[in-house]
Write a protein of this length. Structure first.
Length: 159
């Protein structure tokens, strides 16, 4: 009985004008630029975070219990040092692959090996100030390589 009353009073045919008005209002709201300020985007990987991953893990800070699969807190810290090092290695290689020939280029006289590029990036990051290290780690690495190996005219690749 209540459903029948609702269908008679609130049917779509009777509220079609209201529905159209709601749809038009929603469309207008979505089409207008928002008045809210854009949130500043913090880098996912800052220079400080990457430098921290380069450091040694203090065994005292490792969450370890005697039933942990790794036999000691010190061994767990060594494991985290190893995995952090591999992560940093992969991160620097990804920056290299994404930016070589676009943001920096090899010189005609010097074509450094991958481990030299990585060592250069690591040592440069470790010498930077705290203010610099708040920035995006990839940008910092590219700036170091660009200063050492700028692209000459016609050397930069696109795409």
């Amino acid at each position: 009985m209540a459903i029948d009353a609702y269908l008679k009073v609130g049917s779509f045919s009777q509220s079609g004008g209201v529905m159209r008005a709601v749809i038009i209002l929603l469309g207008a709201m979505l089409a207008l630029p928002t008045a809210a300020q854009h949130a500043s985007v913090a880098p996912w990987m800052t220079g400080a975070r990457l430098v921290k991953l380069l450091g040694n893990v203090d065994p005292a800070t490792v969450n370890w219990t005697p039933d942990h699969p790794i036999r000691s807190r010190a061994a767990a810290a060594e494991y985290f040092d190893m995995t952090n090092g591999e992560f940093v290695h992969g991160y620097i290689q990804a920056v290299h692959d994404a930016t070589e020939g676009k943001d920096w280029c090899w010189s005609d006289k010097y074509h450094p090996k991958p481990h030299e590029l990585e060592a250069d990036a690591r040592s440069s990051l470790q010498r930077m100030s705290d203010a610099q290290l708040k920035r995006n780690a990839a940008d910092l690495i590219v700036e170091v390589w660009r200063a050492k190996w700028p692209c000459s005219t016609g050397q930069r690749r696109t795409g």
